[in-house]
Design a protein around this ligand. Structure first.
Ligand SMILES: Nc1nc2c(c(=O)[nH]1)N[C@H]1C(S)=C(S)[C@@H](COP(=O)(O)OP(=O)(O)OC[C@H]3O[C@@H](n4cnc5c(=O)[nH]c(N)nc54)[C@H](O)[C@@H]3O)O[C@H]1N2
Ligand SMILES: Nc1nc2c(c(=O)[nH]1)N[C@H]1C(S)=C(S)[C@@H](COP(=O)(O)OP(=O)(O)OC[C@H]3O[C@@H](n4cnc5c(=O)[nH]c(N)nc54)[C@H](O)[C@@H]3O)O[C@H]1N2
Ligand SMILES: [Mo]
Length: 760
């Protein structure tokens, strides 16, 4: 680890730092010999899909594409460290709770199923069959199937996801909260309504043809490093790269491609962003409107496209014309001149892609913001032509595929009918709980059994104190998982840890080694085959765990659960029968590179009631909670806090304590603040503060964060997730999509009573 401290970082993203960090990750996991071989099989046609993120791979059979954070994700799974029964015998759950998430993760791979023993407060070994019997007993003891909650994180393969939702629906509920509920849910909601499909409309090749790429609220240098390769190529061709972000993220400014000798030898790498607009938190809707208003004045309107393919343009135009530049500037935090400049770039481009990430989705007005970005694209005919389109950049490597497979609490009736016909049962029609609904149900005592397929529910969700209480009220919490995390320690009366194979490992079933499939952010489906020896002989695959859980819980079931997992081709045959676009699945998926699922909006076929794309017009929000709270607490300085990822974490998995590109080393409890705000509060960088969030239902506190003076707009703060999740109120969420508003938390700062003894 580097020396602890806060230092300015002025080199490009990537470069030697990325290589060094990769080698460190391999070294720290104790896999020096094996690590490189493992990495070389990543994203190859006969290898495994990188568990790092959902960015697509060039053709899926190019040469090795280097990615520092993909390498860290792979190394973390391939670690030599093991959590054994002796480990659990040596640490009570109460003792384990005293350790931080970084320490828990660092203990290594789980090796055998464990059951919580309340008498001793230790996890003790349990046989797989006994674990499944315990789950069956709890599930079958419920008054109603809706008292069970089945969470999914986005690494789960298509095959596992399909079996899981089938089991849950045969059991009798649609309670399928998933990580999407906290992530790109607003993208799906907004796009489905406006353009008839909830998925991105671009392919990787479009990045080669785009004349302009507008990036809203996304930090690809850390979270989608392979995207920097596409941006670098675009920049070299002279495409405009226009960024909207409250922080000057290094990865969007300059990139040195570790595979380019030229980049590596120059100290500067390649410049990426041609324009960087430091808007204020939550300012994207106003910014997108400003760009549209300016572009309209410059004549950037494709009337033919609008007439043939859309409805609602007149309303949108009238609204744009009525909007004052003062309001747009005030609400975006950008000047009229800046918005006009961005509008001119947009108007001059014949093909524009808009991408976005969590900086757009995790706000109250996220659906409205995304629909305004879609309006911007539609007005210039930028959907359904080469080099143009909408690109929500997904997070987890198979989060999109999980939805396609039916991991959704609000399934369409048509899908349920097909599922029921294929398996000869009647799936429940009543919609189920999303993540926030699940927490509320457990708090109210109506949700009693919680089963997690991957992920870290206790830490990823908002309102940590309440969420922990909610989980502790369950009669059973059970987690299918690879590594130890806090969700295993915040448990119900009974609790199970069910360790599974990771994607990099050989999955041997009766018919031989099995591959699983995934769908990336651009709707490409391909196979993923592990090659590493499993971390322990006792691990089961996710499909096997689900099938055995189903067989134990539903002894009367007519579904051939155990037969299906002997050979995953059998699961894929059923997927082909039920899910649109998967016809002939087995034949198509074994072709190197996989296949493209297609996208109706890309073909300009609009699956909306009017069979047209719709301009959805939204006022600039003037009723955001932060405003009301600032008025109510006029005596205080109320900040808008965004909770973001550091460079050394994968969501709740903490790989290390550095955030290299932002100049933070050896710390996670930091808060970035503007120097004028420091002066206003009479504070200086290096002091420690507590953060208190203000909400209608009361205050929430997170203590001891180091103040870091930073280039961030006044009134805005940034700090890391999940340390700050305790501050996010359960009822603060996106309108309609119900995504926790974890990028706009109203907080006040106070000096910490106790100053931790560490170097600043
Ligand atoms: N290495 C690594 N890779 C990952 C992940 C990881 O944790 N680590 N997580 C995966 C997952 S699940 C996801 S969803 C993605 C997340 O990838 P991102 O969407 O990049 O996620 P965040 O780090 O939350 O940061 C979002 C960016 O939004 C900016 N931002 C915050 N608020 C606003 C706003 O109001 N407006 C604008 N314009 N910008 C804003 C922040 O400054 C930050 O640069 O990455 C995936 N890939
Ligand atoms: N404040 C705040 N909160 C947020 C966010 C934010 O930006 N700010 N982002 C939100 C977003 S975008 C997301 S997607 C969620 C993420 O929420 P989750 O998906 O629930 O969280 P992860 O941290 O990705 O889950 C990590 C755990 O998954 C398990 N795991 C890893 N690989 C596998 C595998 O192959 N199989 C199985 N079964 N388990 C595995 C390991 O035990 C690991 O501890 O968090 C959300 N929460
Ligand atoms: Mo995500």
């Amino acid at each position: 680890m580097s020396k602890q401290g806060i230092r300015f970082y002025n080199r490009p993203a990537g470069g030697w730092g990325a290589l060094k960090s990769t080698l460190n990750a391999i070294y720290e996991q104790g896999i020096v010999g094996r690590g490189v071989a493992t990495l070389l099989r990543q994203n190859q046609p006969d290898g495994f899909d990188c568990p790092g993120c959902a960015w697509p791979d060039k053709n899926h059979h190019s040469t090795f594409e280097f990615c520092e954070n993909g390498a860290k994700a792979v190394a973390a799974e391939a670690t030599e460290r093991r959590v054994t029964r002796e480990f659990f015998a040596g640490h009570s759950v109460t003792e384990l709770l005293a350790h931080d998430d970084y320490w828990l993760e660092a203990q290594g791979r789980l090796t055998e199923p464990m059951r919580y023993d309340a008498a001793t407060d230790h996890y003790v070994p349990v046989q797989w069959d006994d674990a499944f019997a315990l789950i069956a007993r709890h599930l079958n003891a419920l008054d109603h199937p809706d008292q069970a909650l089945f969470y999914t994180s986005g690494r789960t393969s298509n095959e596992a996801a399909f079996l899981y939702q089938l089991f849950i629906r045969e059991f009798g509920t649609n309670n399928l909260p998933d990580c999407s509920n906290m992530c790109h849910e607003p993208s799906g909601t907004a796009m489905k309504e406006a353009i008839g499909i909830g998925k991105g409309t671009v392919l990787l090749d479009d990045f080669d043809a785009a004349q302009a790429i507008f990036i809203f609220g996304q930090n690809p240098g850390t979270n989608h490093p392979r995207m920097l390769g596409a941006l670098r190529e675009a920049a070299k061709r002279g495409a405009q790269i226009v960024v909207f972000n409250p922080l000057h993220e290094r990865g969007l400014q300059r990139f040195a491609d570790p595979q380019s000798p030229r980049d590596m030898l120059s100290s500067q790498g390649t410049a990426l962003a041609t324009r960087y607009y430091q808007l204020k938190i939550g300012g994207d809707l106003a910014a997108a409107k400003g760009i549209a208003k300016a572009a309209f004045e410059l004549g950037a309107v494709d009337y033919d496209f609008i007439a043939e393919h859309t409805i609602g343009f007149d309303d949108f135009l009238a609204d744009l014309q009525a909007e004052s530049w003062d309001t747009l500037a005030e609400e975006s935090g950008l000047s009229e001149a800046q918005l006009r400049e961005a509008g001119a770039i947009y108007a001059a481009s014949a093909a524009t892609i808009c991408t976005w990430g969590m900086g757009v989705t995790q706000h109250k007005h996220s659906v409205a913001t995304i629909q305004t970005i879609l309006n911007l694209l539609l007005m210039h005919g930028n959907i359904g032509k080469p080099g143009a389109g909408a690109c929500p950049v997904r997070g987890h490597s198979n989060v999109q595929g999980d939805r396609t497979m039916g991991i959704y609490e609000k399934p369409a009736q048509g899908f349920l009918d097909k599922l029921g016909r294929a398996f000869n049962f009647v799936p429940p029609a009543k919609h189920g709980h999303d993540v926030i609904g699940a927490i509320e149900a457990m708090l109210a005592g109506e949700g009693k059994v919680f089963i997690g397929m991957g992920g870290n529910f206790a830490q990823a969700t908002p309102d940590t104190v309440n969420t922990h209480l909610a989980l502790q009220r369950c009669t059973l919490t059970a987690h299918v998982t690879t590594k130890l995390n806090r969700s295993h320690l915040i448990h119900g009366q009974d609790a199970l840890i069910l360790p599974c194979l990771g994607r990099t490992e050989v999955d041997l079933q009766a018919a031989g080694p099995q591959g699983v499939t995934v769908e990336d952010s651009m709707s490409m489906v391909h196979i993923s085959s592990g090659m590493n020896k499993p971390a322990s002989e006792q691990l089961l695959s996710e499909p096997a765990i689900i099938a055995r859980m189903a067989a134990a819980t539903l002894p009367q079931s007519q579904i051939a659960w155990l037969w299906m997992i002997e050979d995953y081709d059998r699961i894929r045959d059923k997927i082909a029968e039920v899910i649109d676009g998967f016809e002939d699945f087995n034949a198509r998926v074994h072709v190197p590179g996989g296949f493209y699922l297609g996208n109706s909006a890309r073909d300009r076929a609009w699956v909306t009631p009017e069979a047209k794309a719709r301009f959805m017009t939204h006022a600039v929000p003037t009723d955001l909670p932060i405003k009301a709270i600032r008025q109510q607490h006029a005596d205080k300085v109320v900040f808008n806090l965004m909770t973001v990822r550091s460079h050394d974490q994968y969501n709740t998995t903490i790989y290390g304590l550095d955030d290299r590109y932002r100049g933070v080393f050896g710390h996670r409890r930091v808060v970035f603040i503007n120097k004028n705000d420091l002066a206003r509060l009479n504070l200086v960088a290096g002091q420690w503060v507590d953060m208190t969030s203000l909400w209608q239902d009361g205050e929430r506190v997170a203590r001891e964060f180091l103040l870091v003076e930073y280039d961030i707009p006044e009134g805005c703060l940034a700090s890391y997730y999940p340390e700050t999740n305790a501050l996010v109120p359960l009822s603060s969420m996106a309108d309609r999509a119900r995504t926790p508003a974890s990028k706009s938390v109203p907080v006040v700062l106070t000096r910490s009573a106790h100053e931790p003894q560490v170097a600043a």
